[in-house]
Structures are given as structure tokens and as C-alpha cells.
Ligand binder design. Structure first.
Ligand SMILES: [Fe+2]
Length: 460
């Protein structure tokens, strides 16, 4: 095919309004104003990634699969705050920057550049797009793509290069899990060819300790966005969202096939006896998991389910607790709420261990942002399912994160707030134990932070 035109941002909803990319890399310090008081015991940095195309791609833009990675950072130190944003300068993005225009096609455009358009090493390829998440491990910071190569950035967010822990880990999930007790980073990747799913471990020092291992399930190429760990197991929710490169379905080459049901695979971690256990359930889709932990012979998984990945209308999303009973060989699903919600997070120091609560963004049902953003923040008690709701009114949120107090228990919820117009952004700080109470602080940034995807609280 010929070279398609760049997509017109005026025709793409997800390139406008709260999604509209920013192109300037900024450092802001003195121009930040604060309402309330930033706690002295908030010491660290909130880094958040998201798709932010430098140039509109050729032939189409599909959210959230296209775009260049931009990381927005807020550093907190004894009540002071500074902000910095930087692109993740992948090789492909550098080529486009130097050309002054897009060279690569949108992921569903069907176009990839040939060797007349880009250096031979990049011909026939899509861009690497590490915009989904940003995580810290072994003192390093990684911008994460899905089933692609991660890219590393330094503490100042300057790009340092692609990440290959060992030869088997060239492509990785965007949702690794760091075991807070062992310090291991547990990884997986899904593939279009058998084996369709592999997992591995990077040790606390940043060296690969378990090269990528194949799983016998699934038996077809599935999209798997997130997973869970417990003290002794990995838990994969394998929903019937299949890659069919020769087909054209509702979402290009991706087909939802509910007749296949959803399979849950429980994989023993190294040192744990036993073999992989497989549990079949009704078909449901899960983007993200809040957390999982072991309770005797049961594995508890807090997550939210969707009837299918493409429909988030009322009644099709439920907050649920799964209980996988390893002794009885059963899975039960306790439905806790039927309102739309997403982006559950816990205190990351409890990943894989019992959590008392999680936070999640939710939809009031009267949301001025429609499906673009959420207008409520919830704290959900894990055992009872009780929900503390905070309405945000005309301000929308994507993912919020939890930042622990530097000393002692508890901590803070950090949420970027989006408005339908305006060139500035606020960051809201709430006490996780008083979620519907007074604001702890509100940081007024003189820059616009577009709606993005995932982030982390990290050591500075
Ligand atoms: Fe995600």
C-alpha cells in the first residue's frame, strides 16, 4: 500500500480535549501553587505514563494502542513539589523527530514503512510504544509497553535505552508484579505463536533469575493485559479475546469469542510443589486486577469483570471478588457492585499478600466525561465490600495511586484531575483513611497533563 496521510487530529476524539497530547518537555518548580499543605511525610515521586503522539500517526489513531510515551513526574520532598515531563525517546520516535513528521502507521492502519521511508532495521515494523505503565525495580525505572520491548529512563526521565534483562525477555507485559517480600519482579508476555503465554522472574538486583517459561495454556493467541501473584502462585485470567490476523472483527484482528469461556490458570511459583491448575468459568473480560492473596486453600482475587472488553455500558461491568478453591477445584464470583469502575490500586507494599482495601475510579452514572474519564473515587473494603465514595463533580480522573507515608501507617491517594477545558492541571491529595473528607492538598500545575494510563509511586 502507499503511504497513508497522517490522521487529522480534528477527526479523532482521543486526540482532543482531555486526551490532547502536549509536545513541550517542561520543568516546573516555582510556578506551582498549592492549596492546603503538602504533607511533610510524603517523600518520593509520582510518575505516570500515557500515549502522547508527537505527530499524528499515518492512516489512523486507535486509543489506547497508538501513541508515543510521555512520562509526567511529580517529586515530593518535605512539602515541596516539582514537575517534569519527558517523552520516552525510542529509536522510532527519534527517527520521526528528525524527519519532522510521522513515519510509522497507526497500529490498525495496515501500513508499515518500507526501507525507502526508514532505515532498514525499522522497515516492515510498527513503532515500539512504551506508554502503558512506568515501574521501578532494582533502582531502575522502566517505561512499559504491552508485548513489546520496555525502555529505561533515568531518575531525571532521560531515555537511556531498550531493556533486555536476558535474551528471553525482549518483549514483556506492561503490568509486572513486584513481590514486596522477596523483591522479585514477576513478568509475563503473550505471543501470537505458540507458546502463547510465557512468564519469568527478575531478581531484586535486576538480574533475570527465571528465564521466560512457557505455559501449556492457553491453546490459542489471546490478549492478556494483567495478572496477579500470591505468595506461592501466579494467577492468569485467560479471557477469550483472540488474535486472528487474517480476520476483520469489531476491533480489527481481535475477536471476542465468548463461547470459549474464560480460563483461570494457577501456576506454582518456583519452590512451590504441584503443577499448573486450570479452572473454567463463564466468559468474562478483565483489564486489571486489584490484588490477589492466599487465604488457606483459597486464592482471593479482587478485580472487576466485564461482559466483554468492548462494552462498558451500565450493567456490563461488575466489581467482583473471585475465590479460587484449590482443594475443592472450584471458582466462585461474588458480585459487589454493578457500576462502571476501573484502575484498582492497593498499597503496593502488599502486592500478593492480604489487603484490607483498594481504591478504584468509578462512574456515578451522571458523568460529564462519558466513557472518557471517571467522576468518582472509591475506597473498597476487601472483606465486606463496603464502599466509601467521593464524588468529583466536574473534575474527572483516570487512575489514582496510593503513596504511603514515609514513616508509619496509612498514606495518601494522588489523583490528577481533568476538566473539559483549560490549560492547567490539578493534582488532588487525599488521606486514604478519610477519602470523602477534606482535601489534604491540591497542587495547581501551570501545565496540562493529558489523560493517561498507569503510574507508580517511586523512590526519588
Ligand atoms: Fe493497564
Amino acid at each position: 500500500m502507499g503511504i497513508p496521510d497522517p490522521v487529522d487530529p480534528g477527526t479523532v476524539h482521543e486526540l482532543q480535549g482531555i486526551f490532547a497530547p502536549v509536545h513541550d518537555e517542561r520543568d516546573v518548580d516555582a510556578a506551582i501553587t498549592i492549596s492546603g499543605r503538602v504533607p511533610d511525610d510524603l517523600h518520593g515521586a509520582y510518575l505516570r505514563n500515557g500515549p502522547n503522539p508527537l505527530f499524528p500517526p499515518l492512516g489512523g489513531y486507535t486509543f489506547p494502542f497508538d501513541g508515543d510515551a510521555m512520562i509526567h513526574g511529580l517529586w515530593f520532598d518535605e512539602g515541596r513539589v516539582r514537575y517534569r515531563n519527558r517523552f520516552v525517546w525510542t529509536d522510532e520516535l527519534c527517527l520521526e523527530r528528525d524527519a519532522g513528521r510521522a513515519l510509522f502507521g497507526g497500529v490498525l492502519s495496515g501500513y508499515v514503512p518500507d526501507a525507502d521511508a526508514v532505515p532498514a532495521a525499522f522497515a516492515g515494523s510498527h513503532k515500539t510504544t512504551p506508554f502503558i505503565n512506568v515501574v521501578q525495580h532494582a533502582g531502575r525505572l522502566f517505561a512499559c509497553a504491552e508485548s513489546q520491548t520496555w525502555w529505561e529512563v533515568d531518575a531525571d526521565l532521560a531515555t537511556t535505552g531498550p531493556v533486555h534483562f536476558d535474551g528471553s525477555m525482549a518483549r514483556l507485559t506492561a503490568h509486572p508484579k513486584r513481590d514486596p517480600i522477596t523483591g522479585e519482579l514477576i513478568l509475563f508476555v503473550y505471543r501470537h505463536d505458540a507458546p502463547y503465554l510465557m512468564w519469568g522472574i527478575v531478581g531484586p538486583d535486576g538480574e533475570a533469575t527465571v528465564p521466560m517459561q512457557p505455559l501449556d495454556v492457553p491453546d490459542a493467541p489471546l490478549m492478556v493485559h494483567d495478572f496477579a501473584i500470591t505468595e506461592h502462585y501466579l494467577v492468569f485470567v485467560l479471557a477469550p479475546l483472540l488474535f486472528d490476523p487474517t480476520g476483520q472483527h469489531d476491533f480489527g484482528p481481535i475477536a471476542w469469542q465468548p463461547e470459549r469461556g474464560t480460563t483461570i490458570a494457577v501456576v506454582p511459583r518456583p519452590g512451590t510443589p504441584g503443577s499448573v491448575r486450570v479452572f473454567e468459568t463463564e466468559a468474562f473480560w478483565m483489564w486489571h486486577v486489584a490484588n490477589a492473596y492466599e487465604d488457606g486453600e483459597r486464592i482471593v482475587v479482587d478485580t472487576h469483570r466485564m461482559d466483554d472488553p468492548f462494552t462498558a455500558s451500565p450493567g456490563t461491568v461488575q466489581l467482583v471478588r473471585l475465590a479460587i478453591d484449590l482443594a475443592a477445584g472450584t471458582v466462585t464470583m461474588d458480585r459487589r457492585d454493578d457500576r462502571s469502575c476501573e484502575f484498582a490500586r492497593i498499597d503496593d507494599r502488599l502486592i500478593g499478600r492480604r489487603h484490607d482495601w483498594f481504591i478504584i475510579s468509578a462512574d456515578s452514572g451522571d458523568n460529564p466525561f462519558g466513557a472518557d474519564a471517571f467522576d468518582q473515587l472509591w475506597r473498597v473494603e476487601g472483606d465486606s465490600g463496603a464502599i466509601t465514595e467521593r464524588r468529583l463533580g466536574a473534575e474527572g480522573i483516570g487512575e489514582s495511586i496510593f503513596a504511603p507515608r514515609a514513616d508509619g501507617d496509612g498514606g495518601y491517594v494522588l489523583s490528577y484531575l481533568y476538566t473539559l477545558d483549560g490549560d492547567t492541571t490539578d493534582l488532588l491529595i487525599l488521606d486514604v483513611d478519610d477519602l470523602d473528607g477534606d482535601e489534604v492538598a491540591r497542587i495547581h500545575l501551570p501545565v496540562r497533563v493529558p489523560l493517561g494510563l498507569h503510574g507508580s509511586w517511586v523512590d526519588p
